[in-house]
Design a binder for this molecule. Structure first.
Ligand code: ASP
Length: 586
């Protein structure tokens, strides 16, 4: 080794020892003939002093060194005159007796010493420099700990980690495939897995019983904030299980993981469980942020008794009247109320009724259309106190829910309602099996085509698909979907029925999924699984806002790798070998 110690290791007990360190120059300064360098490596920072009267050669090298130069320094550990309480090594320094300049460095495009400085593009282009920074280093190491914990936890419970291929046939998860042209077979393509879904099911058919994999998934989706074309899942599958068994496995893993790896986070245990219908009704979303309350509240029965036309008309048309309490917002200005109303309209609502409960009674445009007892009843139902505002929406139930749900999240943000130290995990269960795709005029799988309909709902497949619920579940945390999973279809007849419902012709189903259908005829066990995203979990655990902060080499939001320049052209020869010709759009 080129060193005896790391830069984070030396303590007061080492005073008098001769040590050799190697690392990067973090900071440097000259002081009355002495040169001081902070030498940094992954483990920490140690101050090094170059005194020409101790070693002229070492001092010459030390005084030439600049930010990010790579040095090897040998010297004697001594007590610092002025200790630095912010450094683990802050009580000591190394008095250099010998130094080697291992490499020079150009001036970096941003300060390595500052965690958040530098624009996004520069950070991605010079990712290897960005990764030198304390915060990024911490995130990447946290990621390692999280994944290692998962592996150890699952290994201890009999799970086997099995790698599945990257060059496969398309496995749909609702996105476009990335494809790889075959050189050997002109006109044929591999698809990169959107997930190992079918392969893990086949591993259950093979009898592996408990499988997991830290799996890379590839989805060619339209650009959206904080999406990566490739991402990592903890892919997991179990045989002879019911929904409860999968939920218990993941809840146990995540609870222990947070307690062990990031114990500064609070969690709610056990994780609350909501049905999809409850989540939509109470929070207007299937990804509820439970760090704060403010549930959406149904006021339809009360509204029916009021004389307010808008409410009457909506209810007569089969809609709903729903409200939410905006705590402490009774004195919003006219302009602020208009802003909230505009927001609601932008989200698709026809309008927003805002009524303030003040010490002098109810205030706000529509308040005059109601008797005080009617407003008292609204306030009681919404738990609105004096000083609160009531936001009410009358619309079709889905619209009222989704718009109020979005306003709820914005209120939470605006009023700082979320406990910043809480990871509010919850389960959302009993999703519908399919949803109607208006544009394409067909049913789409809500989760994926391999999800088992609830036994009791199987007859509805023929009569009323919209009402078929699935044995399907999501893990949600702080408003993010962290995982989706389901009990799977393991019978050919049911799988064929679902493919047919999803508008796959028999031939198409056979061509795309024949291997799976066939496998189901060779003794497929009942099985189910889930696949929590690793990137987003680590993002939450790290307290970051973006997944790219916890991925060593992410793409930017336009799916470009700014460091290597991918995607890029390939040579004519490569194209020829792949039997491809590029036709550019006009
Ligand atoms: N393959 C699914 C997904 O990627 C997860 C699962 O059902 O296990 O969302």
């Amino acid at each position: 080794m080129l060193r005896t110690h790391t830069c984070g290791e030396i303590r007061i007990g080492d005073v008098g020892k001769t040590v050799t360190l190697a690392g990067w120059v973090h900071r440097w300064r000259d002081h009355g003939g002495l040169t001081f360098l902070d030498l940094r490596d992954r483990y920490g920072i140690t101050q090094v002093v170059f005194d020409p009267s101790v070693s002229a050669e070492a001092h010459e090298i030390g005084s030439r060194a600049r930010s990010e130069y790579v040095l090897q320094v040998t010297g004697t550990v001594q007590k610092r005159v002025k200790p630095n309480p912010n450094l683990a090594t802050g009580e000591v320094e190394v008095l250099a007796t010998h130094a080697v300049l291992l490499n020079e460095a150009k001036t970096p495009p941003f300060y390595i010493t500052e965690d958040r400085e530098g624009d996004e593009a520069a950070r991605l282009r010079y990712r290897y420099l960005d990764l030198r920074r304390e915060r990024m280093k911490r995130n990447i190491i946290l990621r390692h700990r999280v994944v290692k914990f998962m592996r150890d936890y699952l290994d201890a419970r009999g799970f086997v980690e099995i790698e599945t291929p990257i060059l496969i046939k398309s496995t749909p998860e609702g996105a476009r495939d990335y494809v790889v042209p075959s050189r050997l077979y002109p006109g044929k393509f591999y698809a990169l897995p959107q997930s190992p879904q079918q392969l893990k099911q086949l591993l259950m058919v093979a009898g592996f019983d408990r499988y997991f994999q830290i799996a890379r998934c590839f989805r060619d989706e339209d650009q959206r904030a904080d999406r990566q074309p490739e991402f990592t899942q903890l892919d997991l599958e179990m045989s002879f299980v019911e929904q409860q068994d999968i939920l218990d496995t993941i809840e146990g893993l995540y609870t222990e993981l947070v307690r062990t790896v990031t114990p500064h986070w609070k969690i709610i245990s056990p994780f609350p469980r909501l049905t999809y219908d409850e989540a939509m009704a109470r929070y207007g979303t299937d990804k509820p942020d439970l760090r704060f309350g403010l549930p959406l509240t149904d006021l339809s029965d009360l509204a029916a008794r009021s004389g307010f036309r808008v409410f009457q008309d909506t209810l007569a048309a089969g809609g709903a009247v729903k409200g939410i309490r905006a705590p402490g917002c009774a004195d919003l200005t006219r302009k602020e109320i208009d802003d909230w109303t505009e927001r609601a309209k932008a989200l698709g609502a026809k309008g927003l009724v805002a009524i303030a409960r003040t010490a002098e009674g109810y205030k706000g445009g529509p308040a005059k259309f109601f008797a005080p007892e009617e407003l008292d009843a609204f306030a009681a139902r919404l738990d609105a106190q004096v000083g609160d505002m009531m936001f009410i929406i009358a619309d079709d139930a889905h619209k009222a829910n989704t718009v109020l749900g979005a306003l709820r999240v914005e209120l939470g943000r605006a009023l700082n309602l979320a406990d910043p130290n809480l990871l509010a995990f919850c389960w959302v269960v009993d999703f519908p099996l399919v949803e109607w795709n208006e544009e394409e005029g067909r049913w789409d799988a809500v989760h994926h085509p391999f999800t088992m309909p609830k036994q009791a709902d199987i007859p509805l497949l023929d009569t009323d698909p919209a009402r078929v619920r699935a044995d399907c579940y999501d893990l949600v945390c702080n408003g993010y979907e962290l995982a989706s999973g389901s009990i799977r279809i393991h019978r050919r007849d049911i799988q064929e029925k679902v493919f047919a419902l999803l508008n796959y012709s028999k031939e198409e189903a056979q061509a795309r999924f024949g291997h799976l259908l066939e496998a189901f005829e060779y003794g497929a066990p009942p099985h189910g699984g889930i696949a929590p995203g690793v990137d987003r979990l680590v993002m939450l655990l790290a307290g970051e806002q973006s997944m790219s902060e916890v991925i060593a080499f992410p793409k930017n939001s336009r799916a470009i790798d700014l460091m290597t320049g991918a995607p890029s052209e390939i040579t004519e020869q490569q194209l020829r070998e792949l039997h491809l010709r590029i036709v550019y759009d006009e």
